[in-house]
Design a protein around this ligand. Structure first.
Ligand code: PLP
Length: 295
C-alpha cells in the first residue's frame, strides 16, 4: 500500500501526481485543506471536515464548485486506488487551491480551483506516546498567527507559522510545539489543539485565543461530557500549563496524546494522568462504535 493522489479527478501514484507551477496554491499558498482518517475503513466525522473545508474556503473568498458528494466520491476513489479502506486505515488530505492563472492576485485570473486528494496509509503514532506521554516545547520568538492576520481558524495551506514552530520542537527532540498568541496566552500547538487538566476540570483555550476549531478538540469535549468530565473553554497562560495536573493535545491523526513534559519541566508527576487515559479510551470506544454502527 502506498500513496495515491487525485489531481482534478485524475488518480495516479504519488510520484506521477503533478500540479502546474502557475497554480496559485503553489505561487501564493492560496488554498485550504482538510485531513481526515478512517476507523474500520470508514471516513470519520467526514461531514464536519467537509463543513470546515467550506468555512475555510469562504474565509479566503474561494468558491467551492464541488458538492460534498463529489468530494466524497473522489476521496473514496483515491482511497480505493491506494488499497485503503478495506485493508488498512487511511490518512486522507484534501487540498483546494485557487487554481491555475496568471501571476496576479486577481481571483478572476483563476476560473477553476484545483482539488487534490492524497490518500495514504495512516502513519502509526508510536504506542509509547500514549503509554508514557510526550515532550513539547514552548515556541520562542514566534507567536501563533494573529487572528486578524491569517486567522488560525482558516485551515490554510500556508503553513509557515506552523512549520517554524515544529522546527523548534524537532531541534529539541519534542513531539509538538505550543504557541502563545499575541496577548501572551496559550493558543494551540503547531499541529494540534492544547488541553490541560486542573483539579479534575479539563480546560482548553477558547477559539478567540486564535486557534483552529479542531474537529478532535470538539469531539473530545463531547466525549468528556458523555462520561461526566467537564471541559471549560477559558484563556490559559504558561503558569496554567506548568502547574497543571495533566496536559494533552488532540488531532485527527493522533487522537489524544498525553503531554508529560514542557521544555525541561514535568507536568504533574510526569506520568500519563487518569483523566487523559479515560478520555482517550472513551474517544476510541465512540469512534469505533460510530464506525461499526454498534453502540
Ligand atoms: N491546530 C492546528 C494548527 C492543526 O494543524 C491541527 C491539525 O492539523 C489541529 C489543530 C487539530 O485539528 P483536527 O482535530 O481537526 O485535526
Amino acid at each position: 500500500m502506498s500513496a495515491y493522489v487525485n489531481v482534478n479527478g485524475v488518480v495516479t501514484d504519488a510520484a506521477h501526481a503533478v500540479i502546474p507551477v502557475y497554480d496559485h496554491g503553489f505561487l501564493y499558498g492560496e488554498g485550504v485543506y482538510e485531513v481526515f482518517r478512517t476507523y474500520r475503513g470508514k471516513p470519520f466525522l467526514f461531514d464536519r471536515h467537509q463543513a470546515r473545508l467550506r468555512a475555510s474556503a469562504a474565509r479566503i473568498g474561494l468558491e467551492v464548485p464541488f458538492s460534498d458528494e463529489e468530494v466524497e466520491r473522489r476521496c473514496l476513489e483515491t482511497m480505493k486506488a491506494a488499497g485503503l479502506g478495506a485493508a488498512g486505515e487511511a490518512y486522507v488530505r484534501i487540498l483546494l487551491t485557487r487554481g491555475v492563472g496568471e501571476i496576479t492576485y486577481d481571483p478572476a485570473a483563476c476560473p477553476f480551483p484545483s482539488l487534490v486528494i492524497i490518500a495514504k496509509p495512516l502513519p502509526p503514532t508510536p504506542a509509547g506516546h500514549y503509554e508514557h506521554g510526550i515532550k513539547v516545547v514552548m515556541v520562542e520568538d514566534i507567536i501563533r498567527n494573529h487572528p486578524e492576520s491569517v486567522s488560525p481558524l482558516i485551515k490554510s495551506n500556508n503553513l509557515i507559522n506552523n512549520a517554524l514552530g515544529m522546527q523548534q520542537a524537532i531541534r529539541a527532540g519534542a513531539a509538538e510545539a505550543v504557541f502563545r498568541n499575541y496577548r501572551g496566552e496559550l493558543a494551540e500547538c503547531a499541529q494540534s489543539n492544547l488541553f490541560i487538566v486542573s483539579k479534575g476540570v479539563v480546560k482548553t483555550p477558547p477559539l478567540d485565543a486564535g486557534l483552529l476549531a479542531g474537529i478532535t478538540r470538539a469531539f473530545t469535549i463531547e466525549v468528556g461530557a458523555s462520561i461526566g468530565i467537564r471541559c471549560e473553554e477559558t484563556p490559559l497562560n504558561d503558569q496554567d500549563l506548568f502547574g497543571a495536573d495533566e496536559a494533552f493535545f488532540t488531532s485527527t491523526t493522533k487522537e489524544i496524546v498525553p503531554i508529560v513534559q514542557v521544555d525541561d519541566r514535568k507536568i504533574g508527576d510526569g506520568m500519563v494522568g487518569p483523566i487523559t487515559k479515560k478520555l482517550l479510551a472513551q474517544y476510541r470506544r465512540q469512534a469505533e462504535a460510530m464506525s461499526t454502527g454498534r453502540p
